[in-house]
Ligand binder design. Structure first.
Ligand code: SF4
Ligand code: SF4
Length: 192
């Protein structure tokens, strides 16, 4: 949805209980005064289809589909700037994490590249305890568009040539060390 699009409130489906599922903010979102501090502070806002301020207003009003189908949440880098600057004390960043969870649970697939990026990144981190770039890229392109990898072949060869990426399996010493952390996060998410 374009930020300038006018929404006809009489025809668009709304779910007034949507905010109740947006932990931890939930009903705290009703405190939002639309001051725009979150948008003005957000380094990713210029690239978003909905600005943070617009996204929270739509959530307040129960426009679940418009929020969950937007790309905004996937561009959020979880930098916490909006979170700490919101004058109404709304836990915005953690609520964006919940939005991502809901979008994944609903099977919303418009932003498959973004979700594949997150999955590939966390899978590699869990496996080695740190990033292994080659495996990350292979996982990402296999999950999205393997042919697109050809466009990065020259860059990959340059990185290999300069020792910035390595083909061999790393001896990182972090294998399995993050398993408990990932399991604990999954437990906490299941409790929400
Ligand atoms: S900074 Fe807080 S109060 Fe201001 S628009 Fe954003 S969410 Fe609403
Ligand atoms: S946490 Fe996300 S939405 Fe908030 S300022 Fe940072 S990038 Fe923007």
């Amino acid at each position: 949805m374009a930020t300038s699009e006018v929404i006809n409130l009489t025809t668009v489906k709304r779910d007034p209980t949507f905010v109740d599922r947006l932990t931890p903010a939930g009903r705290l979102l009703s405190r939002c005064i639309q001051c725009g501090t979150c948008t003005a502070s957000c380094p990713a806002a210029p690239a978003m289809d909905l600005t943070p301020r617009q996204m929270w207003r739509l959530a307040q009003l129960g426009f679940q589909d418009q929020v969950l189908h937007s790309k905004a949440m996937w561009l959020c880098s979880l930098c916490y700037i909006c979170h700490v600057r919101c004058p109404r004390g709304i836990p915005l960043t953690e609520t964006i994490v919940k939005l991502k969870q809901l979008a994944l649970q609903e099977g919303i697939g418009e932003w498959r590249e973004s979700t594949a990026f997150y999955r590939a990144f966390s899978d590699v981190m869990r496996r080695y305890g740190r990033m292994r770039e080659i495996e990350f890229m292979v996982r990402y392109f296999l999950a999205t568009n393997p042919l697109a990898a050809l466009g990065y072949a020259k860059l990959g060869l340059t990185l290999l040539g300069r020792g910035k990426a390595h083909l061999e399996l790393p001896r990182l010493g972090g294998e399995g060390r993050l398993d408990r952390l990932f399991e604990r996060v999954a437990e906490l998410e299941g409790q929400r």
